[in-house]
Design a protein around this ligand. Structure first.
Ligand SMILES: Cc1ncc(COP(=O)(O)O)c(C=O)c1O
Length: 383
């Protein structure tokens, strides 16, 4: 069982940061790797041709290990919107077909699918949970599974809903997509790193993740698993680094016509980013060492008193198995005004997010029981 890993971060003391879903803090190891790399850049004559590829190679391999794919199926991208566009540009619509999203999907995913639908004369079906159900997750997953049919070209959803933390049953949804011949695109930003995922078991065609949350990576760096269905697609841009002869600096102008195999063609230009890549490499190494399963267990151990407390005061949380232990949004008793509560929490140096009507709490390995106790104390005062 993991214990608090706060000593591995440079977080200021005296704050209760329950908002990893907004931005994950930097690991000391990641910060050190970035600083060392900035210093190394002082002398460009030390930069070897292999440096352009080795960092990217390692990161692709580590991410592959985390999500269960080959490193050749991994592309380095700058943002999730870049990843969605990369795959959707290569997606042929079914005649009279539709795209499926869930209610309040994160805007980068929603806008990408909306553009694809507009450009391909497809309709968009937005799936909502049953507001009267005691398990929002159960009704939402059932509605999603029911909506995927032979007319479905693509399903684009987040692994865990970014506002409420509701978990989607990726294995069941992937199986239904496969059966109906629909492409399955998942935004893993709010769970990959903190929750186990297996792209093969879930039959995911593209898994797109920003790294600055649960992968504890730097901002402006995202990463994607892009499966076989897209391996012959056309990338958004033509970087010299993605061609088969790129490592041979003497032959670059021989203009190789082939891309590197797998998902490599979708890697953004200048992906070698000498500062950001070592930072991500350090954080991926650390997450693999902890394991996402252990992070879920650790979050769950911190969560339990909060879940019990919320029930005691007349609120509710999403029941298992649709509750993400690292990210959830308790429904508070009606007597509590969420924006007043948020203000009071901040006055007490407790940081959570308001997303729509939800008070979103997110927990990671740097949190401790005292963060949850402080949160419960302020909620209690608001009753
Ligand atoms: C589910 C989800 N996807 C993506 C992002 C970030 O997207 P982008 O990389 O396009 O800025 C966020 C940020 O909050 C998110 O919650």
């Amino acid at each position: 069982m993991l214990t608090s890993q706060k000593h591995l971060f440079n977080l200021d003391s005296g704050f209760h940061y329950l908002n990893n879903a907004y931005r994950g803090p930097q690991l000391k190891s990641s910060e050190e790797a970035g600083i060392a790399s900035i210093i190394q850049q002082r002398n460009p004559f030390q930069l070897k041709p292999t440096d352009f590829f080795e960092g990217v190679d390692s990161v692709r391999k580590l991410f592959g290990k985390l999500v269960n794919c080959e490193s050749s199926d991994v592309a380095i991208i700058p943002s999730t919107s870049y990843g969605f566009s990369s795959v959707l540009t290569n997606l042929k619509p079914k005649v009279g077909g539709k795209a499926i999203v869930v209610q309040d999907e994160f805007p980068s995913g929603y806008f990408s699918i909306a553009r694809w639908a507009r450009e391909n004369q497809a309709t968009i079906e937005t799936i909502s949970p049953d507001p009267t159900s005691t398990s929002k997750g159960e009704s939402w997953n059932l509605a999603l599974l029911g909506a995927i049919d032979i007319k479905t070209s693509v399903v684009l959803i987040s692994s865990v809903h970014w506002m409420s933390g509701v978990k989607f049953d990726l294995e069941a949804i992937g199986a239904k997509c496969q059966k109906m011949g629909a492409v399955f695109i998942v935004d893993g930003t709010q769970s990959v790193g903190a929750m186990p995922i297996d792209v093969k078991a879930c039959q995911i065609d593209a898994l797109i993740c920003a790294t600055y949350k649960w992968l504890l990576g730097p901002y402006s760096l995202s990463i994607a698993y892009i499966g076989e269905k897209f391996h012959n697609g056309i990338p958004l841009e033509e970087s010299w680094m993605n061609r088969v002869n790129a490592r041979d600096f003497g032959r670059l102008s021989e203009y190789a016509s082939d891309y590197n195999p797998g998902a490599a063609r979708y890697t953004v230009g200048e992906a070698a980013n000498f500062v950001l890549m070592p930072m991500l490499q350090a954080s991926l190494n650390q997450i693999i060492d902890w394991t996402p399963a252990a992070i879920q267990n650790y979050s769950s151990s911190l969560n339990q008193p909060l879940i019990d407390f919320i029930a005691r005061i007349g609120g509710s949380t999403e029941p298992e198995p649709f509750l993400g232990q690292h990210l959830f949004a308790p429904l508070l008793p009606k007597s509590i005004n969420p924006s007043d509560l948020k203000q009071e929490l901040e006055a007490n140096q407790i940081f959570v997010s308001m997303r729509g009507e939800y008070l979103r709490v997110s927990i990671n390995v740097f949190n401790e029981a005292k963060d949850i106790t402080a949160l419960m104390h302020v909620i209690e005062q608001q009753l």
